[in-house]
Design a protein around this ligand. Structure first.
Ligand code: ZN
Ligand code: ZN
Length: 366
């Protein structure tokens, strides 16, 4: 189905925004090879395919495994089944169209670029033009916002249920499995990334994998999880304490919660990402814990779990309505453990909306 020209279709609108950007930057044709970018621009969710966009036309080359799926899913683009190499077919079309082609240098491998160059036989010049579609993707439209909000609410509900049943003696890997099983039972396509359950001193590793260690009384436990729904990811973290928390655990938790609250309150249209990071970092510094916060404050979430914009130190990018970013300060103390609290947050002109709503003050498990 060719809906080119149908202005109400989100994919056609996205392609139109892409064309404006290409015109602005003097790129006659953009070759798109990142599957997430192809999905964003056309709706095709297959793992292999090459798309190209110029001022008038949108094309998607797929091999026979994906023809039916592409015809069913793709919008605003001409689907072409190609039995030989996709790069050769695309290069053949490009040679008739232009002499200069932008390609996604952050994604295309050197091997595939040489295939393109060989097929172009010296008739095309390939210019790095990565990051353009990612820039468009950082501002979500209403359909995307709905999908991420639903993914976020589903994720929060699953964690709420699992925490209610959490008892000492359960292994981290069983908790992670239970979380991912419940996500799927609730309608998710799967987990957006490998669920993290890290207890005790293992919680000092920001990216710990769930292990066979059992959670025990007197420990902090970090849960970091996200579900995929309609292709879109959510991302959240909660830290709980098993049993009656010590003064130290209570103090660390309060400090991270305060830091996260400061950062979330700062999220609004027009603020630089670096200033949101500074709100989180400054708060932990005032609590005397600045040296334990070893990563950036957050990242964009969408079709991928890590997208633009990055909420990090000194980042100049300014937040816009429609950005969805995580706010996730954490502290990690070797030999003791860690605390991280994370929400996915929508940027509105009126202020932030938390898309992963789950209490942060009730964090004791008896
Ligand atoms: Zn996370
Ligand atoms: Zn995250």
């Amino acid at each position: 189905m060719d809906l080119l020209g149908d202005g109400s279709n989100p994919f056609v609108l996205r392609q139109r925004r892409l064309r404006d950007l290409l015109l602005d930057r003097g790129i006659p044709v953009l070759l798109v090879t990142n599957p997430f970018n192809i999905c964003y621009l056309t709706g095709f969710r297959g793992s292999a395919g090459i798309a190209a966009f110029d001022a008038e036309e949108s094309r998607l080359w797929v091999d026979p495994r994906y023809t039916l799926q592409a015809r069913e899913q793709a919008r605003g683009v001409k689907v072409i089944e190609e039995k030989k190499r996709l790069s050769e077919a695309a290069a053949f079309w490009l040679r008739k169209k232009t002499r200069r082609v932008g390609y996604e240098d952050s994604h295309l491998t050197c091997a595939v670029l040489s295939q393109f160059k060989r097929a172009a036989d010296g008739k095309l010049r390939f210019k790095p033009a990565g990051g353009i579609v990612e820039e468009l993707r950082s501002v979500k439209d209403s359909g995307e916002i709905d999908a991420i909000r639903q993914a976020g609410h589903l994720t929060a509900q699953v964690l709420r249920d699992v925490l209610q049943e959490l008892r000492p003696g359960v292994r981290e890997c069983d908790l992670a499995a239970e979380i991912e099983y419940r996500m799927r039972r609730a309608g998710a396509e799967g987990a957006a990334f490998e669920t993290i359950v890290a207890s005790g001193s293992r919680a000092a590793l920001p990216h710990a994998r769930a292990s066979t260690k059992a959670v025990t009384a007197g420990e902090l436990v970090i849960f970091d999880l996200g579900a995929i729904l309609a292709g879109y990811a959510s991302d959240m973290t909660r830290t709980v304490f098993i049993g009656k928390p010590s003064r130290r655990a209570r103090g660390l938790y309060r400090a991270v919660l305060e830091s996260q609250q400061h950062a979330i309150e700062s999220v609004r249209e027009g603020i630089a990402c670096g200033d949101v990071d500074a709100a989180a970092r400054g708060s932990l510094k005032r609590s005397g814990l600045g040296q334990y916060f070893t990563h950036s404050t957050g990242h964009g979430v969408g079709l991928e779990i890590h997208e633009k914009p990055r909420i990090g130190r000194g980042e100049k990018t300014v937040l816009q309505t429609g950005n969805i970013v995580t706010v996730e300060p954490g502290i990690y103390i070797e030999g003791y453990g860690g605390v991280r609290i994370e929400d996915s947050v929508l940027v509105h002109s009126e202020g932030p909306e938390i898309l992963t709503p789950l209490a942060k003050d009730e964090w004791l498990i008896d």
